[in-house]
Design a protein around this ligand. Structure first.
Ligand code: MN
Length: 401
C-alpha cells in the first residue's frame, strides 16, 4: 500500500478534503471513518490512541451515525480536522506502522447513510430549472411564478426513504393520468434531479429564527443529492399541495460528507438577484460553492452543471426556513433543488434535457428519454482552485423493476 501516493493523486479525497462517512468491512462493525485517497482512516481506532483528547472524551466515532460528533460543535470539527491533516501530512510513518488496524480499503468497505436525518427539506433554488419547468408546463404564462424571486420556495420531503450509493432504486407504481383515463401503472418517466444537500450542524430553538449573517454556523457539511422523481405520478398528484408519492420513494445522498471547512476554500460569487428581497434575506456578499457536478447513465456523460449558478444561497435557505420560528435539528438535510445551468448540456434533470420527453438522448447507442430498468445513474462532483482539488466521490444507483 502507498497511502502517500494515493492521497496525492486522488481526484476526490486529497489532503484538502478529509470527508466523514460511516462504513463497515467484513471484519469491522459500523463506525465513522475519514476518506483519504483510496483508503479510509478508522476514526474509532484512532480515538483509542488518545489523538482527539481532550476535546473529545467519549468514543463517538464508534457510533453508527455522525450526529453525536456533529453535536460537539464547530470548534471541535475544526480541531479534529487539523489533527487528521497533521497526522496524514506529518505522521505517515505512524499510520503505515499500524496500517492493519488504522486503515481500510474503500473497495472493501460498505457505506451507509452517514447521519440520522430527522427532517428533509427540498428547495427550488435554481432560476434556470424553475424557468424551464414553467416554460414546459405553463407555456402561456411567465415562466416564474410571482413569489419565486421573493423567497426560496421549498417543500418538506421524507427522510425514511433516504438512501446512499449502491442501494438499488425500485421503479415506483402509482396513479397516472393517461389521456383522459386514470390508471395504476409503473412510472414511465422516472427521472433524476442533480442537487447538493446540506447537513445541519447546530440547532436553533423553536421560535428563534436564524439570522442570515449567522447561517453558515449552522452548516456541518455537504453531500451530492439525487432526488429521484416519477414525473408522471408527480404531474397528476401535485396540485394543490405539492410533491408527494412522485418524490418520496427514494432520495439518494453520497456517503461522504464534505465539511464546510473543506468547502469554504471553493466559494465564488453567486448570481446577482434581480428583485429586491426583504431584509431577512438580504446579503452583502453573496457566495455559492463552485462545485462541478457530473451526471452519467451507464458511465456515459449526460450533463455537467455547477452549484455556483444557484439564485438562492444556502444562507438564504436557512434564514427563510427558520424565519417563522421553525427549528432545525442536527442531521437535518436541506436539498438545493435541481441545479440547472443555461445550456441544455448543463440542465439538472432528464425532464429538462429531453424537454419533457420530446427530444431523445443516446445512451449505449440507443435512443431514449427517461431512466430504464437496468440503468445505473451516477453523480460525481469536483471543486478545483489553483493546485487544490477535492471531490465528493461517487453516488451510483441501479434502477430495478
Ligand atoms: Mn428536488
Amino acid at each position: 500500500m502507498n497511502l502517500e501516493q494515493s492521497i496525492k493523486e486522488h481526484q476526490h479525497f486529497t489532503i484538502h478534503n478529509l470527508p466523514y462517512g460511516v462504513y463497515a468491512t467484513h471484519l469491522k462493525s459500523k463506525r465513522i471513518g475519514v476518506a483519504v485517497g483510496d483508503y479510509i482512516l478508522d476514526m474509532a481506532v484512532l480515538f483509542d490512541w488518545g489523538i482527539f483528547q481532550p476535546e473529545i472524551k467519549e468514543n463517538i466515532f464508534a457510533k453508527e451515525q455522525l450526529n453525536d460528533f456533529i453535536a460537539l460543535g464547530k470548534n471541535v470539527w475544526t480541531e479534529t480536522r487539523n489533527k487528521i491533516q497533521d497526522l496524514v501530512k506529518n505522521k505517515l510513518a505512524f499510520i503505515n506502522e499500524y496500517e492493519a488496524l488504522l486503515i481500510d480499503k474503500q473497495s472493501e468497505a460498505t457505506m451507509y447513510v452517514p447521519v440520522h436525518i430527522g427532517d428533509y427539506t427540498d428547495f427550488y433554488s435554481s432560476e434556470e430549472h424553475a424557468s424551464n419547468v414553467g416554460k414546459m408546463f405553463r407555456p402561456n404564462m411567465e415562466p416564474l411564478l410571482p413569489n419565486w424571486k421573493h423567497m426560496p420556495i421549498a417543500y418538506h420531503g421524507r427522510s425514511s426513504s433516504i438512501i446512499t450509493t449502491n442501494t438499488p432504486v425500485k421503479r415506483p407504481y402509482g396513479q397516472i393520468l393517461k389521456g383522459e383515463e386514470v390508471i395504476y401503472s409503473a412510472s414511465q418517466t422516472l427521472d433524476i434531479e442533480i442537487e447538493l444537500g446540506f447537513i445541519i450542524g447546530k440547532e436553533n430553538k423553536l421560535g428563534e429564527p436564524i439570522k442570515i449573517i449567522n447561517a453558515t454556523d449552522y452548516v456541518f457539511g455537504c453531500v451530492l443529492l439525487n432526488d429521484f422523481s416519477a414525473r408522471d405520478i408527480q404531474r397528476w398528484e401535485y396540485q394543490p399541495l405539492g410533491p408527494f408519492l412522485g418524490k418520496n420513494f427514494a432520495t439518494s445522498i453520497s456517503p461522504w460528507i464534505i465539511t464546510y471547512d473543506a468547502l469554504k476554500e471553493f466559494l465564488t460569487e453567486a448570481p446577482q438577484q434581480t428583485v429586491e428581497v426583504l431584509p431577512y434575506l438580504e446579503e452583502i456578499n453573496r457566495k455559492n460553492f463552485d462545485v462541478e457536478i457530473h451526471f452519467d447513465i451507464n458511465k456515459e456523460k449526460v450533463a455537467v452543471t455547477n452549484s455556483k449558478y444557484l439564485y438562492w444561497t444556502i444562507e438564504q435557505q436557512i434564514a427563510h426556513h427558520t424565519v417563522n420560528g421553525c427549528n432545525l435539528r442536527i442531521g437535518d438535510l436541506l436539498g438545493t433543488g435541481t441545479i440547472s445551468g443555461k445550456q441544455k448540456k448543463s440542465f439538472g434533470s432528464l425532464l429538462e434535457i429531453t424537454w419533457n420527453g420530446k427530444e431523445k438522448i443516446r445512451i449505449n447507442n440507443k435512443e431514449r428519454t427517461f431512466l430504464e430498468n437496468g440503468d445505473t445513474a451516477t453523480l460525481k462532483a469536483f471543486c478545483k482552485k489553483g493546485d487544490k482539488q477535492i471531490g465528493f466521490g461517487e453516488l451510483s444507483n441501479l434502477i430495478t423493476a
